[in-house]
Design a protein around this ligand. Structure first.
Ligand SMILES: Nc1ncnc2c1ncn2[C@@H]1O[C@H](COP(=O)(O)OP(=O)(O)O)[C@@H](O)[C@H]1O
Ligand SMILES: N[C@@H](CC(=O)OP(=O)(O)O)C(=O)O
Length: 453
């Protein structure tokens, strides 16, 4: 059997839901269908999840969410009308939203998760109703009833290991299971969501729990491209990737799959297949343990903005036992997570996402590093982009780093820092945000101009 996940773009309208139905029934092995909330119908449109977040925010500020709420309901209404579903489903959704929006707000983060999760929950009910209307046995299954338990971290939940065994029993159910993505329940029975785009994670958890032969992830592109299609027009499609390569690429900016979504499938050895709802006959991209290494050293180039670096230098830092630990402990005390720590003999840089800083935090941190660690220099550099060049072939190829840095030099992009991943399947270049696009374009030319991926 197969677990199939459809993203928000695949469920944005009635026409899209019809495509989803056709895809599911065309293969009897497609037993479990994980759905997201309706996404954007066009680039100017809103995602239902974003509208729900806005509704919850307004409620928390004691403001009237009615206008936003109406827009959410209109989205479901439009889908239901296109699919000729009865009014009843919309009444149920309306009632469900009212109940959630008038629930306990003493813990704002929990309230937010309860409202956010309604996007997928109500959509799963709607999709199940449509499948039944088409004469197919289909059942909405609630994550609590199925045993999908998660940690109680609002907006960032993690699956609890015992869930996997519980989910296995779903195999025995008759018909097609329509399962809402993006959230689970804590042991206390409260709703907690994964981080944004987390329906990908739900699909992978179910694939693992149900020991599925394949996890198919349907989205709105024909394949994972070797570079973000917003940076290069029609980039080369990737046919096959290893889990390690995809994990690095999704973490570094390939938003087509949530970066945490591979782990459950990987642990159970389940291949992941990315496919296009709008073009299901396209071969798509397979993510597997091992692949043939015939494409050259690099399989993909990802990039992301919004980073900063805390540069710390101190003469004889190399001899000072515990310096790194004490430096990271300062960041830990502010709840900051870091991405990379390239270092030299007397200096170290900590790379982190700059949106984690609250006002005044930066000055305090500089001050503490200077006084507590007696550092000679502490400088925070903002507006950095990280470019990740990824490929299993890099391990066996000499000179890939040299090729990449020469290319950036030729393009007149200054490299602020370099980090060769210890896994040897990636190398990272830090550049100024304004140089990101040019840098990625030049690297793409260098590594992909004459290559089949
Ligand atoms: N390297 C890449 N390959 C394919 N798509 C990418 C890549 N990098 C970013 N994307 C973006 O990911 C999008 C699909 O992910 P997402 O919007 O989350 O879809 P869904 O609605 O199916 O969850 C694509 O439309 C594309 O814009
Ligand atoms: N709807 C949620 C979860 C999700 O996975 O959505 P999508 O499949 O549209 O990325 C979000 O927007 O974060």
């Amino acid at each position: 059997m197969k677990v199939v996940k459809f993203g928000g773009s695949s469920l944005a309208s009635g026409k899209q839901v019809e495509k989803v139905f056709q895809i599911v029934v065309s293969d009897p092995k497609r037993k479990v269908v994980v759905v997201s909330a309706p996404g954007k119908r066009s680039s100017e449109d809103d995602k239902v999840t974003d509208l729900l977040i806005e509704c919850a925010r307004l409620c928390l500020q004691n403001k009237n969410p009615q206008e936003k709420l109406n827009t959410v309901i209109e989205r479901y209404e439009a889908i239901a009308q296109e699919l000729n579903l009865s009014e009843e489903i919309i009444n149920d959704i309306q009632q469900d939203l009212q109940t959630r929006l008038t629930s306990d707000k003493r813990n704002p983060d929990k309230f937010m998760d309860l409202v956010k999760a309604s996007g997928e929950d109500n959509n799963a009910k709607l999709v199940a109703a449509y499948f039944r209307k088409q004469g197919v046995e289909a059942h909405y299954v609630n994550p609590k009833e199925a045993g999908l338990f998660v940690s109680d971290e609002p907006g960032n939940a993690q699956v609890l290991p015992e869930s996997y065994d519980q989910l296995f029993s779903l195999r025995a159910r008759s018909g097609i299971i329509i399962f809402p993505g993006f959230f689970g329940y804590s042991k206390e029975g409260e709703v907690f969501t994964f981080s944004r785009s987390g329906s990908d994670i739900t699909g992978s958890i179910l694939a693992n729990g149900l020991k599925s032969e394949l996890y198919e992830n349907f989205t709105d592109v024909d394949a994972v491209y070797s570079v973000n299609p917003f940076i290069i027009n029609s980039p080369k499609e990737i046919k096959e990737l290893t889990y390690r390569e995809m994990r690095e690429l999704s973490y570094a900016g390939f938003t087509v799959l949530h970066d945490e979504a591979l782990v459950p499938a990987f642990r159970a050895g389940i291949p992941v297949h990315i496919k296009n709802t709008n073009n299901p006959n396209a071969p798509g991209t397979r993510i597997v343990y091992e692949r043939d290494n015939t494409n050259g050293p690099v399989i993909g180039i990802a990039s992301d903005k919004g980073f900063c670096s805390i540069y710390v230098s101190k003469y004889l830092m190399n001899r000072e036992i515990g310096f790194g630990r004490r430096l990271l402990a300062i960041l830990e005390s502010y709840g900051l997570s870091y991405e990379h720590t390239p270092s030299g003999i007397d200096d170290i840089s900590i790379i982190l996402r700059e949106n984690q800083f609250t006002s005044g935090m930066e000055e305090e941190i500089i001050d503490r590093i200077k006084t507590e660690l007696d550092a000679d220099e502490v400088v925070i550099e903002h507006s950095l982009a990280l470019i990740m060049v990824v490929g299993e072939g890099m391990r066996h190829n000499i000179g890939t780093t040299a090729r990449a840095s020469k290319t950036l030099a030729r393009t007149k992009v200054n490299i602020e820092m370099i980090n060769q991943g210890s896994s040897e399947v990636s190398m990272m270049f830090g550049v100024k945000e304004i140089d990101e696009k040019r840098a990625v374009q030049a690297l793409y030319e260098e590594f992909f101009a004459a290559v089949t991926v």
